[in-house]
Ligand binder design. Sequence first.
Ligand SMILES: NC(=O)c1ccc[n+]([C@@H]2O[C@H](COP(=O)([O-])OP(=O)(O)OC[C@H]3O[C@@H](n4cnc5c(N)ncnc54)[C@H](O)[C@@H]3O)[C@@H](O)[C@H]2O)c1
Length: 396
Amino acid sequence: MTASNLSNSESLLLMIAGAKGAVGSTVAVASAAMRYQPELVLPSLTTKQMLPGLDPSEPVQVAGWDATDTTLPSAIGAQGVLSEEIWKPYADELEQVQVRTPPSDSLDLKGQVQQLTQDIKEFRGLYPNARAVLINLLPATVTENLHRFKSLSQLYSEFDPINLPDLAYAIAAILAGVPVVNFTPNEVEIPVVIDEAVKRGVPLSGRDGKTGQTYLKVVLASALKARNLFVDGWYSLNILGNQDGKNLMDPKRAAGKLSNKTEILNEILGYPVGERYGASSHQVKIDYYPPRGDAKEAWDVIDFLGLFGLPMSIRLNLQGRDSILATPLVLDLARWMVVLQRAGRSGPIPELAFYYKQPLGDDAPVTFQDQLSRLRQLATGLREEISRQKAVRSGR
Ligand SMILES: NC(=O)c1ccc[n+]([C@@H]2O[C@H](COP(=O)([O-])OP(=O)(O)OC[C@H]3O[C@@H](n4cnc5c(N)ncnc54)[C@H](O)[C@@H]3O)[C@@H](O)[C@H]2O)c1
């Protein structure tokens, strides 16, 4: 196969922390596919319609880090997300992708940032014309409250990164002027980090990609609210058999994800679900169930009340594919970040709430209607800004 459009256009460089995981490796395959058969991937991107200022056929390169030492193609095979007929045509390219070993746990935070800074420099050297974005796809980890740290130097001297490897990646990217997409539930956007990003003109987006069940929850809850139908209870069950599901069996690691999945409902509706029972009747459960692999299944039972308080209910069964739902969003987010940075945006981008369970920024929209309309407004604003910059460059 020969790649189109490689030589004279500006490409995107995705630097992925967790590059051999279920999502990371699927992103790598989709990126290779985009270079050879863009028609296989582009129709799944929301940015195809929304960001015409960014050429959707720009090549996407991948590099990154992972803690496992299998090759990327073996990792793709082992994940079982994609059949061989989908990824094997790109096997040679995927073999060439640079996936490095993460910094050793024996290094302190500063040492880890220094190693990652060097890696980032070398990755950028490989693709000098590419616009780089850091994509955080590390496993969900325990929640740490780091808001007490007042400066980077205090973080460096007092914080042990052992339970939050994500932080070193985010800091190294920001120091290098590279935007960060945080698809995980792990909180790296603490005040010190946000300040640094704003200072260096780096946009941040996160947290916790909104791919399947929670996406539909936002849609349905927004629809029920718009009709003044009162939500009396919402029971959500997820079964999944991939590594993410296994990892989330540790209650401490699942806590952040569960609270992101839970809080969102009260925020949309504007009242605590289950108030009349004295305890929340919004319940979210995640169970690791190996037979499903990445093909996760989600069940929702929604009890709601209408006129005269009469009860009604909805049953929803989503048979999704975790990484297949997540991958286009990762590609979309990378593209948004590049355009946002070009347009001079920095720090948290609340307009990207559409993509996240726990959107960053003080005024992030919560209902589906608001999230979509803020996203469209963002696209319009960026299109105008890009045209303005073009006009300035051409001296008009
Ligand atoms: N798939 C979805 O729909 C979805 C939705 C929302 C959020 N997420 C989040 O995205 C993240 C990735 O999901 P996944 O299914 O790909 O998980 P995964 O467990 O398959 O992949 C994580 C990868 O990170 C690697 N890793 C672990 N520690 C590392 C380190 N210190 N440095 C570099 N690599 C390291 C692991 O070896 C693994 O390959 C998770 O946090 C998950 O909760 C996924």
